[in-house]
Design a binder for this molecule. Sequence first.
Ligand SMILES: [Zn+2]
Length: 364
Amino acid sequence: MNRKKGRVGENGGEKERTGRRKAWTLAGWAALLLPAALWAAVYLWRGVPSVLAWWLIQAYSLLAVLLVALGTAACAFKVSAALTRLAAGRGKRAGRAGCPPVSENGGAGGRARVRGNKVLRTGRTGRALLAAGMLLGAWPALWFAGVGQMAYPADPARTGPAATVVSPFAEETVVGWGGDALEGNYHVVAPNERWAYDLLADPAGIGSSRLGDYGIYGMEVFAPAAGTIVEAEDGEADHAPGESESATLAGNHIYLRLDKTGTYLVFAHLMQGSLKVEAGMHVEVGRPLGRVGNSGSSSEPHLHLHHQRQNPAETNMFVSEGLPLYFEGESGAFMPVGGVTVRNGRDVPTGERLAPYTGTAEVP
Ligand SMILES: [Zn+2]
C-alpha cells in the first residue's frame, strides 16, 4: 500500500474500498448480533439452550475483551505513529487526531482518504457496529472480577419440577448461601446451581485452620428425600480450611435421583471415606449417607446441596439446569435465604436457620 495522496480513485481502488466496506459492515453486524442473539436465547428460551447461551455469553465476553484490547492497542499505535509524523514535520495534512482516521494516507480500511475534495471513510459504519458489538459482548467479563454480577434469569415459580425435602441434618444448621437472589446466594450466577445451598453449623466462619473447630465438620448427612444413589465417591482428601488446592470442584460427593420427580440432588464437599451408600442403592428419608467434610472447592467445612434436572454423573455442568429446592417447614415448603457478613475479615454465615430433621433415622 504505497499509494500517494489523492491517487486512490482508480476503479481497482474503488472496488477494493467497496469490498472492504462490506466486510467491515458484515463483521460489525456479526459482532453485534451474536451477543444479542445469546441474550435473547437466555430470556426467551428455557432449559438447556438458555443455559448454554448463558455460558457462551461469558466465554464470548473474554474473547471480546481480548479483541477490544487489541483494537485499542492498534488505535493507540496509529495515533502515536501519526503524532510522530506530525512532530517530524512529515504529516502536514494529518492534523486529525483520534482513531480511526488519523491520516489521509492509504492503508488499512477505515482511514480517511482524499478524492478530490471529498473525504471517503472506508467501513465507518461497520467499525461503529463492531465497536458497539464488542462492548455489548465484553461487559459480562466484569462478572469474573465480581463486578455487576447478575442471577441467571429463571423464575422459581415457573421452573419445574421443584423438590421439597427435609433437612439433611439432625441438628440445627445455618444457611450460608441460599435462596433466589444474588445478595443471599452467590450460586445464582451458575444455572446448574441456581437455587443451591451452602449449609453450615455453629461455630462457622471462625477463621480456624483446624477442621474439627467447625460445627458442621463430621456431622452426619441424612437422605432428605427418597431416591436412588446414582454416584457416590469419597476418595478425595479433606483439606485444611482456607487452602484452595483441590482435585475436583465437588470433592467427595453423592448424586441422588429423587423418586418423586426423577430429578437429582447433588451433595458436595463430603468427608473422605465417610460414605455409607453406593451407586444403585435405594434410600428412604433419614437414611445416613455420609459425613460433612472439606473436600473439593471449599473454603471451610460445609454441605453444598443443589437440585438439577440432568443426571450429574452423565451431564456436563455447562448444560445442566438447576431446579428450585424447598425445605419442609412448620408452615409449608419454604426456600431459606442465606447471608454472609464479613466480621474481622471473616465470612460469617448469617442466613436463615434450618430446623433439624427429627424423623427416625434408619440404621443401615
Ligand atoms: Zn456451594
